[in-house]
Design a protein around this ligand. Structure first.
Ligand code: PEP
Ligand code: MN
Length: 373
């Protein structure tokens, strides 16, 4: 159960205390407070855990400080989509909106290699009106002898170059809590020329201690990738770990499932789950066509599989696209074979816009149909 307080009810007000006094008298009910501090107002939500079935919703709603009470289903208390749930979905970070109704493209390098390639990519993004990118500094690799990423050494120049080209958000994977400190330190030292969305990769979806540490900070939003070999429910619970620790600015990423049945793609593309995640939770949904498909193979129509699956995800309502590009794919240190090239960027964006328009037309048709019914 979630008790949502009126926006003007602050911690020191009598109404606030009255709510807590009331709840303190209920046996086996624990409270956890979450506050969203905005420029205009602070929103307070009280999560009730334990024997909430015996609580009377109307009785709590009658307390003067209470705006609304939502009975949540057991699953995904914070990030879940519950009946009569007025809480807003999505968030804004560094001037960029993330929600279930819009779309952001994060095209960029799987792995940062050198300043020249990074700058070529960032310049192309700026020239094509883009404000987000992906740049990997910490790469989890199957083979211990493969390039592991430049780590913290590249962060200052990557952030400065991103700022130079007007990039607002970089999706960047971290695999250890020390990486979180390094990213925050580098942002601080460079004067925050850009922003970072922390990425939890598919190999760490159930690294609960990492999730807790990342969830305890609220400065940087998080892109949580679906685990490649676990159920959707398990991955959504992993997202809830982040929120339960305090950070609900979470985007959920689909990146394909590991199974030979997906062959010849690198992973079995799971973008049919875009609407499912939107139905079960209030998280924006990201698709990663590059790590799903893993090649530059193309259909007889000349369209790359990577672009076909991107369009499929976007037509189904995806809210973010994480996609590998590289100025010279054969020279990429990680995942060159699946990278799109810089001259393909405007064409890729045009194809995304076509698919997005199709999604919007589908929504309008659905609205018309439901209204008439
Ligand atoms: C990546 O996005 O670079 C990556 C390694 O993805 P995943 O965790 O989905 O394999
Ligand atoms: Mn990769």
């Amino acid at each position: 159960m979630i008790v949502i307080l009126k926006s003007d009810v602050g911690e020191n007000s009598p109404e606030y205390r009255q709510v807590f006094d009331f709840l303190a008298n209920k046996p086996n009910v624990k409270t956890r407070v979450h506050q969203e501090i905005g420029a205009q107002q602070t929103l307070t939500e009280i999560y009730l855990i334990g024997d909430t079935a015996s609580l009377d919703k109307a009785e709590i709603e009658a307390l003067p400080g209470v705006e609304r009470v939502v009975r949540v289903s057991e699953e995904y208390r914070i990030l879940g989509r519950h009946k009569d749930d007025p809480r807003p979905a999505g968030f804004e970070y560094n001037g960029v909106k993330f929600g279930q109704d819009n779309l952001n493209v994060f095209a960029g390098l799987c792995a940062v290699d050198n300043p020249q390639h990074v700058e070529m990519m960032l310049k192309a993004l700026r020239d094509n009106g883009q404000v987000c990118t992906r740049m990997g500094a910490y790469k989890p690799r199957t083979n211990p002898y493969s390039f592991q990423g430049h780590g913290k050494n590249c962060l200052p120049w990557v952030f400065e170059l991103a700022g130079k080209y007007g990039i607002k958000v970089i999706a960047m994977e971290i695999t250890h809590d020390s990486h979180l400190d390094e990213v925050r330190e580098a942002l601080e030292k460079t004067g925050k020329p850009t922003g970072v969305m922390l990425q939890i990769g598919t190999r760490n979806t159930q690294n609960f201690e990492l999730l807790k540490i990342v969830g305890r900070q609220r400065e940087l939003p998080v892109l949580l990738k679906r685990g490649f070999g676990i159920t959707l429910e398990e991955s959504l619970n992993a997202a809830e770990y982040l929120a339960s620790e305090g950070n609900r600015n979470v985007v959920f990423g689909l990146r394909g499932m590991k199974t030979n049945m997906g062959d010849p793609h690198r992973n079995f593309v799971d973008f049919a789950h875009v609407p499912v995640v939107k139905r079960l939770t209030r998280m924006p949904v990201c698709i990663d066509p590059s790590h799903s498909v893993g090649t530059r193979d193309c259909a007889p129509d000349g369209i790359l599989d990577v672009m076909h699956v991107t369009a499929q995800g976007v037509v189904a309502g995806a809210n973010m696209i994480l996609v590998d590009f590289h100025p010279v794919p054969p020279k990429a240190l990680v995942d060159g074979p699946q990278a799109l090239t810089i001259d393909e960027l405007p064409y890729f964006l045009e194809d995304v816009a076509i698919a997005r328009e199709a999604y919007e037309k589908r929504r309008a048709a659905t609205d018309r149909f439901l209204k008439k019914r």
